[in-house]
Ligand binder design. Structure first.
Ligand code: 3PY
Length: 249
């Protein structure tokens, strides 16, 4: 039985004051032991949020990292740096990074390897565009994105990742895949994990991302292969984020 994970992707949002209020609101009403919970925050706020979540069941996450360990990579942040701030999860290959920063499947795979070697849990994002879906290419694109990552991992490493299926057409648009549409892709992704190892298929949590909100979370999270959510806008309001966490019960 996979324990569900609800992770907030704050994206480039927040301020010292807003973060303090948001984390306090989450902690105040966090239901005990419903699922794993994480907040993935902008890098400058890692120290602040590390302090704010200390002693609570909320884990800290980052939104990207370098594949390199150290050196002349201006603007980059390494896995070891994230670890110094108590980071447990790191989102990799979000479609916004693929689209605006030219991140390739190979780059996402290299980052995944580096994250695992450092003991972080990579949340590997995959997803298709509307054009690709309409052209019937969803499985080829989304499955292919995962396959490139899996090819770079050992069997043991593959069982330690988290996957997030985020249809690009559902990100920041308010459009959501129906639970059945999402389940179909999640089942395909689990089969790809199974081709790597039965352990990976059984253990890896596949999150749904892309406009998950309180009013659709329960139905999505009820699907057999949806093991949690990577939450965008709704993670910025404590009440909405908490409602999604409760829907994972
Ligand atoms: C969204 O829900 O918009 C996301 O991109 C979550 O990562």
């Amino acid at each position: 039985m996979r324990r569900k994970l609800v992770a907030g992707n704050w994206k480039m949002n927040g301020s010292l004051a807003a973060n303090a209020a948001l984390v306090a609101g989450i902690k105040e009403s966090l239901p005990a032991d419903v699922c794993d919970v994480a907040v993935c925050v902008p890098a400058p706020y890692l120290a602040q949020v590390q302090g704010a979540v200390a002693g609570s069941a909320v884990a800290l996450g980052a939104q990207d990292m370098s594949a390199h360990a150290a050196g002349a990579y201006t603007g980059e942040v390494s896995a070891a740096m994230l670890q110094e701030f108590g980071v447990q999860y790191v989102i990799l290959g979000h479609s916004e990074r693929r689209a605006y920063h030219g991140e390739t499947d190979a780059a996402v795979a290299a980052k995944t390897v580096a994250a695992l070697k450092a003991g972080l849990v990579p949340v590997v994002c995959v997803g298709e565009t509307l054009e690709q879906r309409e052209a019937g290419q969803t499985n080829e694109i989304v499955g292919g994105q995962l396959d490139v990552v899996l090819a770079a991992l050992s069997v043991e490493e593959a069982a330690r990742i988290v996957v997030a299926y985020e249809p690009v057409w559902a990100i920041g648009t308010g459009k959501t895949a129906t639970p059945e549409m999402a389940q179909e892709v999640h089942a395909m992704l689990r089969a790809r994990l199974g081709a790597k190892s039965a352990e990976a298929a059984a253990k890896v949590r596949i999150l749904y991302g892309g406009s998950m909100k309180p009013d659709n979370a329960e139905q999505l999270l009820a699907m057999a292969d949806i093991d949690g959510g990577l939450i965008g806008g709704a993670a910025l309001k404590a009440a909405d984020f908490l409602a999604i966490i409760k829907a994972a019960a």
